[in-house]
Design a protein around this ligand. Structure first.
Ligand code: 5AD
Ligand code: SF4
Length: 432
């Protein structure tokens, strides 16, 4: 059997695209996954292009793969950087056999047969969307509900690499989740760049539906116990959505709400469409209605024009919302974005200082939050066997929990009492 080495960088959308490629490949010829480059017949790098660093790393990585691959092994560059750089990747690194864009992953079987094939078009018709039947974890499934992005956040390259936003027809989504449930998944993660903008751009013969209605309909699926989604956009978090989120018992009380900046002025320059007050109001409403909810966010520091006062605004949102998880980045100027031409780019040292300060404060908050977990009882869905006699799973609100146990726990939702806490995970015991 042929062996496949696949490295997936970036977001959940990329993880799902990797599953898609694995499924497509297996339709024609079975591949076994390997973690050793030197064993592989096919080496795929599924790239991310939101920041410059991973893009720069790509070429050094290709060099390493070239050195260690076995004779005749093919190297493919897929995903967002593939779309963004296209055939330039092959010009710069002729060892690369094919380049496959983020929106073209279903064409993997075509490109592996053609030397130096480049498929990076962004055309797409949602009525023919095909889900791929491969899951990294058999207890949960990732399902795309939309692809692409119609926003034009001034820092973001994604609309360029993933194309216009299209919504997948509801009946296909429901069919796909039903199939996953029948094959052992109790949990689904709905994926999209802006999931709560769902309903935008359907072909005429598809029933209209917004995200809130989609959640209601999905929660009717028998045997499905948990629904998660990533990511909603703060702008589209209306009261209907929040009411459904807090009151529907199948929707996990974990939500990622990307803030980007706490300064209303910078949010305007980022073209995010909301204010600091709107963001705080949405979080406040969710926390009041659902006290167990965990809220995570993305923050960019050092965006052009960011003053000390703007940064203080970001810190004040951190203090008020007390995010359980924070993904924070230094602004990275990207091609094809508006902000790359903004005046007053911030010095790297200032951005680094702000990032350190933000992360340090978040760590303190996180420690306080995690201390409160001791003695709590969570319903944990176990989905992974660990090497050290432990099994891991997630609480409804997304906390990673370990218990001692074996595969009998897998696929079950069990009450667990927390006996030890740390920043990243919790240890618990079964209660009966
Ligand atoms: N620089 C830094 N961070 C960025 N992100 C997107 N574009 C950039 C950029 N140019 C971050 C945003 C987004 C997350 C996925 O990546 O915070 O929410
Ligand atoms: Fe990028 Fe903004 Fe679209 Fe998110 S909403 S993918 S940050 S353009």
């Amino acid at each position: 059997m042929k062996k496949l080495f696949i490295e997936t960088l970036g977001c959940a959308m990329n993880s799902r695209d990797s599953e898609h490629m694995i499924a497509e490949l297996n339709r024609e010829e079975e591949y076994q996954l390997t973690t050793e480059v030197s064993n592989a017949d096919l080496i795929i790098i599924n790239t991310c292009s939101v920041r410059e660093k991973p893009v720069a790393k790509l070429f050094s990585e290709i060099g390493i793969f070239k050195k260690y691959r076995k004779d005749g092994a093919k190297i493919g560059v897929c995903g967002c950087t593939a779309t963004h750089l296209g055939k330039d990747i092959i010009k710069r690194a002729p060892v690369v056999d094919f380049v496959l864009g983020a929106r073209n992953v279903s064409k993997i079987n075509q490109v592996i047969k053609q030397k130096h094939a480049v498929e990076v078009d962004n055309d797409y018709d949602e009525s023919s969307y095909e889900f791929a039947g491969y899951r990294t974890n058999r207890f949960k499934s990732m399902v795309n509900i939309s692809i692409g992005c119609d926003k034009q956040c001034s820092f973001c390259i994604v609309p360029e690499t993933r194309g216009d936003e299209i919504s997948i027809p509801k009946k296909l989504i429901i069919q796909e989740i039903t199939k996953a449930v029948l094959t052992g998944a109790k949990e689904v993660m709905l994926l999209g760049q802006n999931v709560n903008n769902y309903g935008r751009r359907f072909t005429d013969n598809n029933e209209r539906c917004d995200f809130t209605q989609l959640l209601k309909d999905i929660s009717q699926i028998d045997g499905l116990e948990r629904i998660r989604f990533t990511s909603p956009h703060p702008l589209h978090m209306d009261d209907d959505f929040i009411n459904e989120f807090v009151s529907n018992p199948k929707i996990c009380k974990q939500i990622h709400i990307p803030l980007q900046s706490g300064s209303t002025e910078l949010l305007k320059q980022m073209k995010r469409g909301y204010t600091k007050e709107w963001f705080l109001n949405r979080c406040d409403k969710i926390r009041k209605l659902s006290p167990e909810v965990t809220i995570s966010t993305d923050i960019i520091v050092g965006f052009p024009n960011e003053t000390d006062k703007d940064f203080e605004d970001t810190l004040s949102v951190l203090e008020e919302v007390r995010f359980e998880q924070l993904f924070s980045f230094k602004y990275s100027p990207r091609p094809h974005t508006q902000a790359i031409d903004y005046p007053n780019q911030i010095e790297a040292s200032v951005a680094s200082e702000r990032l350190t300060k933000l992360q340090a404060r978040h760590t303190e908050i996180l420690d306080e939050i995690m201390d409160l977990e001791l003695g709590k009882i969570h319903k944990v869905y176990f989905d992974e066997l660990k090497a050290n006699g432990k099994v891991s799973g997630r609480s409804d609100n997304g906390r990673l929990v370990f218990v001692e146990g074996s595969e009998e726990l897998l696929g079950k939702i069990i009450d667990i009492k927390i006996i030890k806490t740390s920043r990243g995970a919790l240890d618990g015991i079964l209660i009966d």
